[in-house]
Design a protein around this ligand. Structure first.
Ligand code: 13P
Ligand code: SF4
Length: 365
């Protein structure tokens, strides 16, 4: 008998305990048909169901390696798009709540990036001089834009390697959408701060003069992650005054000053690995999303390690947080009934070029 889609309204008010029972039951019915990939920022009551966890680079590799029919992505929209692009044609990528977007990814769009490229072309030979590099936190059409122009994707864990790849081909990089990751990457490569200009997509010519564009080696799109802008150098200073032997680790989406004052800077996977591998009885101040920090603090407590969140206020990735047990139960129960909900499909005309840019990244890193 053909079953019909169960509507989310039936799950919206469901208590967490009931959700958990239904998630277990649906997963038992699905078996290996469904794999659950979870980003490190995922809330604990969903993260507990992960088959695999990781940062964006690790998860994009996992998405291309799994054989399950359904890839249920507990992350944000661009991550599920990458899963769709990198998986086999018969596989289906699913995002349990379609509202789980990335506000930073939304700070660049194709119309604005195309306009930027056109305007750069009025000043110099943009196709010969610039390589477009998009952070993986971007829509598929921007990855396709890069694929079509000899460009590439990067993540927070390979941005330096990718920038070196790009500079080996052309003299300049247009980096979007995160100015902070771009600036930190350029700084690590020895590029002077005054050779890194910010391109403001809401201003004509990005708010730059022709001379500034000609001089720039790295053009940084004016985008940011609001979660990581909550961390301030003053938080690090206070920690160092209180705990002179303490160590500071930050994600490269943090501001330049925070990264500069940290002892270690790296992706979410790097942060987790560095603290897990650290000596016992060490104290850490961590500048990244709260769910990751709380989980890590619990996991290393038995070794006498103390893990503190960098900001005095709560900063979570509120969009990723939308994927809750209610949405997961609803998604899995529908899949177990043979009904696909919240499928993420990248249009054919974007897929091949976006895949090219992603494959260049995977080959290089
Ligand atoms: P990672 O690739 O380090 O997991 O970062 C993704 C992200 O969105 C951080 O805000
Ligand atoms: Fe996007 Fe920031 Fe959330 Fe990462 S933490 S997914 S950059 S909004």
């Amino acid at each position: 008998m053909q079953s019909t889609t169960i509507h989310f309204a039936q799950f919206n008010q469901l208590q967490d305990d009931a959700c958990h029972q239904r998630i277990h039951a649906a997963r038992a019915r699905l078996g290996k048909e469904a794999v659950l990939l979870c980003h490190h920022y995922q809330r604990a009551d969903v993260y507990q169901y992960a088959d695999f966890t990781g940062d964006s680079l690790k998860l994009s590799r996992l998405a291309s390696g799994t054989d399950s029919r359904y890839i249920v992505f507990c992350g944000v929209h661009f991550m599920a798009e990458v899963a769709d692009i990198m998986s086999k044609p018969e596989q289906i990528a699913i995002l349990p709540d379609l509202a789980a977007g990335c506000s930073m990814a939304d700070m660049a769009n194709l119309a604005k990036v195309e306009r930027c490229w056109r305007e750069l072309g009025e000043v110099l030979d943009v196709d010969q001089q610039f390589t477009p590099v998009t952070y993986i936190n971007s829509a598929a059409d921007l990855k396709a834009f890069c694929g079509a122009r000899g460009g590439i994707v990067c993540t927070s864990s390979n941005a330096g390697t990718i920038a070196a790849w790009a500079f080996a081909r052309r003299e300049k990089i247009l980096f979007f959408p995160d100015q902070h990751l771009g600036r930190w990457t350029g700084f690590q490569m020895g590029i002077a701060l005054d050779e890194m200009m910010v391109w403001d997509p809401d201003l004509e010519m990005g708010g730059l003069t022709a001379e500034q564009i000609r001089r720039a080696r790295l053009l940084l799109w004016k985008g940011h992650c609001s979660v990581h802008q909550m961390f301030q150098p003053s938080h690090i200073l206070r920690f160092r005054n209180q705990h002179p032997n303490g160590l500071v680790i930050a994600h490269p989406e943090c501001s330049f000053e925070v990264c500069r004052q940290a002892d270690f800077v790296g992706s979410t996977e790097y942060i987790v690995r560095t603290i897990k591998e650290a000596r016992p009885n060490t104290r850490w101040l961590v500048g990244t999303e709260l769910n990751l920090v709380n989980r890590l603090a619990e996991e290393v407590r038995h070794e006498g390690k103390i893990v503190q969140f960098m900001a005095p206020t709560v900063c979570m990735c509120s969009t990723m947080q939308r994927i809750d047990p209610q949405h997961l139960a609803w998604t899995l129960e529908n899949l177990a009934d043979g009904q696909v909900v919240n499928r993420i499909t990248v249009p054919e005309h974007e897929r091949a070029l976006a895949k090219l840019a992603l494959e260049r990244m995977l080959a290089v890193s």
